[in-house]
Design a protein around this ligand. Structure first.
Ligand code: ADP
Ligand code: MG
Length: 721
């Protein structure tokens, strides 16, 4: 399936195939993650200039850009200034008036504008009194007989690449691929859902013929994003439901439960009963345990592990980060030890010798000698980790792994029971997409005595009061988290524009008008200077895991008072003494993410607070305001997730819920899907994907489709054969 004939041009062909794309431009493209023709075509415009909206000079809007059809009235004149600067100047008119047009440092344009020639100019019209002028407008020769495209794509750019170049390359890619292009989506689905063809969609998303064709193109591409995602997710997690799993019939947990310092909640009991029932049969369990942060999923995982080991099988628990794996290990290993079972920790930082020892113990054929329990990170997936008697595989906070890694672990142990734990409450419509056919247990009850984390939304003008509040919390013995969206200052520069509504006529801002991002490293420094008597440290994802562990350990032991970090602390870590969570640039975070962050505090006896700080002192805009209000008034993770879905749309929601591991694999990403109404496209696409797989599980009758799913989802060809 992977061999390609030499001359065949596909989405996988490199961009260097295009005329004019050499080393330099290819490396500029690489900076934006564009390597193949497919990547280029999926570099969708972030907005469109509505050049088809032609006005008369006198009706040009006071704000924003517009298009004008003007006839050149005077010969362009070059004016030289000091320091090698110059400008070109001429007058042009329409029926309503005349306008001065100026280009800076572009003398070579002099011969482009002979008097009497007609152009469509696009730009901002300045007006002073009765005089009009335009500076450096976009110009296109105009005749009455040949119409110009009404919309022009605006792309996200990088140094060394102009919009013109991108548009030209996109056009070239479109025509190269058009020759080889067959639509992978079955025609009957296209008809059923009123979708346009792929080639129409690809052309019109970049070069819309009209507003209607743009809407059609977008609908098709959004459908595709969901459709392929659904297919890929379902196919990669298709559990082999055949018998062969170990029956764990000894399911008396009395001794284990007696060792716990608390009684289980009703919801925990129900979840453990579900697990007992599943594991007692020889059909492999494939269950997802969903519950809000702090609801107590870990103890359910431990109970499941006990079920495996007391039936002579092995159990593995995989966490998404080393910090979390260590924490699980520190919490659970002593408990298991007390009950007579050894447990090892296997993470990237584990020494080679220790890894070797653990692997040997895990694969030891003698029941008495082999290691029954292991906790770790994706290091558990690495070659050479074999279980002699696999019984149960658990992945914690699985949205951090993505379906792909989860599939890997369970594929390796096809006959083991599988338990997935997630703290992201997923609305029903999306749960189907993300979790396919996993059975669901929901923990909808908090352990007793949990307090509500009082939540406030403030802006820069509260900074002094906030600093005083930090100081007060620390002096009273508490600890503080500060979460920043960036690691270093310069990240601000390459931060993207928000994706403006594609069909919106709103003028594009010249530069990002949003307040700058707070950066963890420099902000930690600033806070340390402000509070010399307290210890401030920072933590971010680019640090070595050893360094991160030391910081996290010091924080959990109370040696650090203020921990400034990126969202690396989002998942799962438990520091009961932390009582204040400050989120900087809170306007940049999704609701579910804010909720996760808030869940880091309020885990102990201390009264806890969450302060959401928006950048700047201006009002943050309606959407952000609505988000922050939801956070202030809602504490139920599911209600928040539903709001998140409505406010951000399924694309963004899924992208953040499935995280980088999935997103970065082969272009699987929700680039277009973002509006709330896309939920209905999502529902359609998911239903179609399921129906198709129900009748043709390996897509044998749809080889093109299989191929496309494989490309976008990076699934082993073994899964689709
Ligand atoms: P999460 O579901 O977010 O993984 P944890 O399993 O980390 O939550 O549990 C959060 C905290 O609640 C832990 O300190 C744990 O010991 C405690 N806990 C769990 N279940 C109970 C219970 N039934 N009663 C009291 N405390 C509990
Ligand atoms: Mg947890």
């Amino acid at each position: 399936m992977n061999e390609k004939p030499d001359l065949c041009i596909t989405y996988d062909s490199p961009v260097t195939l295009l005329a004019g794309v050499g080393k330099v431009r290819a490396s500029a493209y690489a900076k934006m993650g564009i390597f193949t023709l497919g990547d280029l075509l999926r570099h969708y415009p972030r907005a469109y200039e509505n050049r088809g909206d032609v006005r008369l000079l006198t009706q040009a809007p006071a704000e924003g850009k517009c298009a004008l059809i003007l006839t050149v009235a005077t010969e362009p004149r070059c004016v030289r200034l000091r320091s090698h600067k110059s400008f070109l100047k001429f007058r042009a008119f329409d029926d309503s008036g005349s306008c001065e047009i100026v280009y800076f440092n572009q003398d070579y344009l002099k011969s482009t504008f002979p008097t009497g020639s007609v152009f469509r100019f696009y730009g901002r019209v300045e007006r002073s009194g009765s005089k009009y002028s335009m500076a450096s407008p976009v110009f296109e020769p105009w005749t009455e007989f040949a119409s110009l495209p009404p919309f022009a794509a605006v792309y996200r750019l990088t140094e060394g690449l102009s919009a013109k170049q991108i548009a030209k390359d996109v056009l070239a890619a479109l025509s190269l691929l058009a020759a080889s292009g067959t639509d992978p989506l079955p025609a009957f689905l296209r008809e059923k859902r009123g979708l346009c063809t792929l080639s129409f969609a690809e052309r019109n998303i970049h070069l819309p013929e009209s507003r209607e064709s743009l809407a059609l193109a977008r609908k098709r591409l959004v459908y595709d994003e969901f459709f392929y995602f659904s297919l890929g997710a379902a196919m990669s997690q298709r559990a082999t439901k055949s018998a062969g799993a170990p029956k764990c019939e000894n399911n008396d947990l009395t001794v284990f439960l007696g060792k716990l310092p608390f009684a289980l909640t009703g919801a925990q009991k129900r979840a453990i009963d579900d697990i007992k029932r599943d594991m007692a049969t020889d059909i492999p369990m494939s269950r997802i345990l969903v519950g809000d942060v702090g609801c107590g999923k870990t103890v359910c995982a431990a109970a499941a592990m006990m079920l495996a080991v007391q039936n002579g099988r092995q159990a593995a628990l995989m966490a998404p980060t080393e910090i979390l794996a260590r924490q699980h290990y520190a919490d659970l290993a002593p408990l298991f030890k007390e009950l007579g079972y050894d447990c090892a920790l296997l993470i990237g930082a584990t020494s080679a010798a220790e890894k070797k020892r653990i692997k040997a113990l895990l694969s030891n054929p003698h029941p008495a000698l082999r290691l029954p329990l292991v906790i770790g990170t994706h290091a558990l997936l690495s070659d050479g980790v074999e279980f002699a008697a696999p019984g149960l595989v658990i992945t914690d906070e699985q949205h951090r792994f993505g379906a792909r890694q989860r599939a890997l672990l369970s594929e390796k142990n096809t006959h083991a029971h599988l338990l997935v734990m997630s703290a992201t409450p997923i609305p029903r419509s999306l749960a189907l997409v993300l979790y396919g056919d996993l059975d669901l247990s929901k923990i909808d009850e908090m352990p007793p005595g949990r307090q509500r984390v009082d939540t406030f939304a403030v802006n820069e003008s509260y900074r002094a009061r906030l600093n005083a509040f930090i100081d007060k919390q620390i002096r009273e013995g508490g600890q503080v988290y500060v979460v920043c969206p960036a690691i270093e200052e310069q990240e601000n520069a390459c931060d993207e524009f928000p994706l403006y509504d594609l069909l919106d006529n709103a003028p594009l801002p010249e530069k990002d008008p949003r307040p700058p991002l707070k950066a963890a490293i420099s902000y930690a420094k600033e806070l340390q200077e402000r509070f010399p008597q307290h210890r401030v440290a920072f933590l971010h994802g680019k640090m070595k895991s050893g360094e991160k562990d030391v910081i996290m350990q010091d924080f959990s032991e109370g040696k650090i008072n203020v921990l400034v970090s990126t969202t690396v602390i989002e998942v799962g870590v438990n520091v009961p003494n932390a009582c204040l969570m400050i989120v900087e640039n809170a306007e940049r975070f999704g609701l579910s993410q804010l909720h996760q962050l808030r869940g880091r505090v309020g885990r102990g006896k201390r009264k806890s607070y969450c302060v959401l700080v928006t950048g700047g002192t201006d009002d943050v805009g309606e959407r952000s305001r609505a988000r922050l209000d939801t956070m202030r008034t809602t504490y139920d993770g599911y209600a928040i997730a539903e709001q998140d879905l409505i406010q951000r749309g399924p694309g963004d929601f899924l992208a953040s819920a499935s995280d980088g591991s999935v997103r970065q694999s082969g272009g699987l990403c929700f680039r277009l899907a973002d509006a709330g109404e896309d939920v209905s496209i999502l529902t359609d696409a998911t239903a179609d994907a399921r129906a198709l797989l129900a009748s043709d599980g390996a897509l044998k009758n749809h080889p093109l489709l299989a191929r496309r799913v494989q490309e976008t989802f990076s699934i082993d060809s073994g899964l689709i054969s």
